[in-house]
Design a protein around this ligand. Sequence first.
Ligand code: SF4
Length: 200
Amino acid sequence: MSQKFPDARTSLEADTDFHFLLAVILSAQTTDKAVNLLTPRLFVRYPAPEDLAAASLEEVMPLLRSIGLYRNKSKYIIACAADIVAKFDGQVPQTRKELMQLSGVGRKTADVVLAECFNIPAIAVDTHVTRVSKRLRIVPQTADVLTIEKTLMKKLPEDLWIKAHHCMIFWGRYQCMARKPLCVECPLLLICAEGKTRVQ
Ligand code: SF4
């Protein structure tokens, strides 16, 4: 995977850890591209957690209107900023446990932030990582997100976790897409049970 996508990395754009955290929260069920289009205005308006924590829902919602679930996401990011100010002295915390205490932050978001902002090994399991893991039979078809994460962490050396996460996302986006995976030309076809059934 890394040979095919040597430059695989996050496509979310942000200038600070706090802004990156906001971008990850906003990216749920929408594309990174859509998030990148709206975040510059959001970031300029609210440079620090204290600024966003003091904002009203009416001020924030119009800035997020172009993405899905914008009402809830507006609530989450204001509450998240308030949590950072109240519980962590205005700094984005650097452990999964603490990150998951923030409003709008689940395990996947926490893992992405740990890896991208603090270079702490983590494997965030999204829809692409899930699909690719199952198609390659790295995990059982019934595996849940936590099982997938733990299996990948067990099978891969820790120093490859962040890279593997990016590669699997690119693999899912551009090679092993949900509807029309490119099995015939896939470099992994020989070791992919799913691919073999698809090209028969
Ligand atoms: Fe995905 Fe097909 Fe490649 Fe298997 S052979 S990893 S299903 S694209």
